[in-house]
Design a protein around this ligand. Structure first.
Ligand code: SF4
Length: 462
């Protein structure tokens, strides 16, 4: 269970397993697959289980049942989820399935009829019911106090913060709105309260996630929420401004390039505010016809002009994005437009994946699917260009002084991140001398002395 294979696809974070066992308590194992949003769901389930007196087992052998939180975004992710369920059944035998693929119970039971229960995404109550049935709780009011921050699957110094669930769009390649429903935003004060607790407990970086971060609050009609001595609108600009006051780094993910995103950039340029000059914007393509065939939100927006406007306000902004190559009907000329766009946009970080059919996605029925060898060729050409841009951008940082956050320290180096690097998906900065006194969560100043294609190396600035 601790050895889920690393998955390099840009749409999937690595599988994660939490180790947290206590003597005498019923023990549950958890395998968490899929994106950071699924990881947050896993954390919520584990938090509830801990609150009810369960312990978390780090291995199959010690667990009395195992929860597998699945991903169903792409067919390859579904296959990975089925494999994980099979492994848990072989190793433990008592398996509860939840998450995105849980919406397709027949599909799961077709391969694994012996799973104990199947629940869909965000069905926390049903998951807990299934756990209660499989392994009755043994509560102890003296030891079952909920940790102030809940149970976190991420290292203690950074934490994902989910601000909304679901999505109002209907991108043709995506079945998330069918699985997760329409946009449902959390009240601003609930998010701020959770964020403040996390920071009080030592979290140094908050990673804001949702399916569509810029749409936050639309479903609530941007209502006002009482917070401290003031009220805060449930709007991404207001929420981000408040989060930036909490004393931690704040990093925004899955921001679509709507016009109001420009309001966020001054917050990123303000050194007094914790909002990092970093935007994760899933552009997916650059040719307007491909974007229309994808039915992307903001398909008609002039993204290069937007990027220029952002950089005019905040020259050091880091832009990360993901792209799909080989989308049905993509011509060589359309692909070339994407490459030319990338040349102009000079994004700092990019992920790219080859189009795949997903069961239930409307793009499956589009004409002119691109043959596999052409998809591969376009992916290679795209990645080559992206790598060249990334290497040049990183080389320009050599000699610069910057603050980094330490993620991990072992016998050889401290693995850190700059403000331009999100955990799990971007690069690292390594300190391989004079690092022995560092520990995860430390913020230190470094001078960059070497750059690779994706990573940097630096020395402590004393
Ligand atoms: S914006 Fe598009 S890709 Fe993103 S979750 Fe919504 S439908 Fe899916």
């Amino acid at each position: 269970m601790t050895a889920n294979p690393p998955n390099l696809r840009p749409d999937l974070a690595n599988a994660t397993v939490r180790e947290d066992a206590r003597a005498g308590q019923p023990k549950i194992g958890m395998v968490s697959l899929g994106c950071p949003k699924a990881l947050v769901d896993s954390e919520r389930i584990l938090t509830r289980l801990r609150a009810e007196g369960y312990a978390i087992s780090p291995d199959y052998a010690g667990a009395e049942a195992v929860i597998v939180n699945t991903c169903g975004f792409l067919d390859s992710a579904k296959a990975e989820s089925l494999d994980a369920i099979g492994e848990a059944l072989n190793e433990n035998g008592r398996v509860i399935v939840t998450g995105c693929l849980g919406a397709e119970e027949d599909y799961i039971r077709g391969t694994h009829p012996s799973v104990l229960a199947v629940t869909g995404p965000h069905q926390y109550e049903q998951v807990l019911d299934a756990v209660h049935t499989a392994v009755p709780p043994a509560p102890d009011p003296f030891i079952d106090l909920l940790p102030a921050t809940g149970v976190s699957l991420t290292p203690r110094h950074y934490s994902y913060l989910k601000i909304s669930e679901g999505c109002n769009h209907k991108c043709k390649f995506c079945i998330i709105p069918d699985m997760r429903g329409k946009l449902a935003s959390r009240p601003a004060h609930a998010i701020l309260r959770e964020a403040e607790k996390l920071v009080d407990a030592g979290v140094r970086e908050l990673l804001v996630i949702s399916q569509d971060t810029s749409a936050y609050g639309l479903d609530r009609r941007y209502d006002e929420n009482p917070w401290k001595d003031r009220s805060v609108r449930s709007h991404i600009t207001d929420l981000t401004r408040e989060l930036g006051q909490l004393g931690a780094w704040v990093r925004l993910h899955y921001v679509y390039p709507y016009p109001h995103v420009r309001e966020l950039i001054p917050l990123m340029a303000d050194a007094e505010n914790g909002v990092l000059p970093y935007l994760d914007i899933p552009f997916q393509h650059a040719h307007p016809d491909v974007l229309k065939r994808m039915a992307r939100p903001a398909a008609g927006s002039k993204t290069l002009e937007e990027i220029e406007a952002w950089r005019a306000i905040c020259p050091d902004i880091t832009l990360r994005s993901t792209f799909i190559v080989g989308y049905p009907g993509e011509t060589e000329a359309e692909f070339q437009t994407l490459l030319d766009w990338l040349d102009e946009a000079q994004l700092d970080r990019v992920g790219c994946f080859q189009y795949e059919n997903v069961d239930g996605a409307r793009s499956n029925a589009l004409p002119d699917h691109v043959p596999a060898d052409i998809k591969q060729d376009r992916w290679n050409r795209f990645m080559e260009k992206a790598q060249t841009i990334s290497a040049a951008k990183l080389a320009a940082k050599v000699g610069h002084r910057m603050q980094v956050l330490v993620d991990d320290v072992d016998g050889e180096a401290a693995t850190c991140r700059t403000i331009s690097d999100a955990p799990e998906i971007d690069g690292n900065l390594f300190i391989d001398e004079d690092f022995e006194d560092l520990k995860p969560g430390d913020l230190v100043e470094v001078i960059v002395d070497e750059a690779g294609e994706y990573d940097l190396w630096g020395k402590r600035a004393r």
